[in-house]
Each structure stands twice: as C-alpha cells, then as structure tokens.
Design a protein. Sequence first.
Length: 150
Amino acid sequence: MIELTQTNLEPGNCWQYAWASVLEVDPAVMPDQVAIEAADGLYSNALQAYLRVHHESAFVSIHAPATRAVRAPLAFHIMIGPTVRTEPVKRIDHCVVAEAGEFAWDPHPSRAGLIAVTSWELLMPFPEEWREGVEKRNPCVCPACTEALS
C-alpha cells in the first residue's frame, strides 16, 4: 500500500485515490472519478471495468449494520462511511484504506478517518467465465484504454 493524498476535495476523488493506494498505482492511470461523476456516470462501473482489464480483479461491496461484526481479510481493502465533514442532508460518504478491518490510511489531507463504517470493498479475482459480453457492456474508460480507441 502506498499513501496517496486525494487532489480534489469538492466533490472529491477519495474513492479513486484509496483504490490507487491499495493497488499501488498512479491515480492518473485510473478512470477520473470527478469527471465521470460530473457527467452523471457511475464511478463504480468505471472502477469495475478498470480493475477487470488492468488487474484481472473486481471489488465486492459488503454492507453490514454497525451492530454486526465483520471479519475482514488480512489484505488491504476499502472502508466507507461518514466523516466529521459529512453533511447529514447530502450524506456523501468517504473512502479510506484499511487492513484486516482496521484503519490504515485516509487519502483526505485532514487524515481524520471515518466516524463509522457502513460498508467495505474487497478485491477478488475476476472470474474468466464472466468476461464474455461484459467487456462490451462495460468497457474500460481509463486514459490508456481511451487513448487506444482514438
């Protein structure tokens, strides 16, 4: 894991930078979270396509009530939830890096972390049998793949 600091605070690109930290890649090689969300796109789709094409992986989300214990894997993963900056009306959550279910790195410059965890994202291998058809429905839009199409 490498410690990266997000470059955009409003609306924010913590998701992109948290996963770049886990993957140990330059966030610039990943799909641009701010641009995709500004165009009313779903960053989760872009992230899944990037992970599939460039890391032969996918992320799975686990949503659990705060009263239930979750046994996290020993590997690095993402925890999501509100921060001290979260506005109750907007309720835009924040992403941080965790290891074995414990906070490891906050890409926000404040390094404040989360005040609660509402979900976790874990990497898993992308099953080969799922590839057929999904690449056409959800192509990778990272800079390298976009440039290759030009």
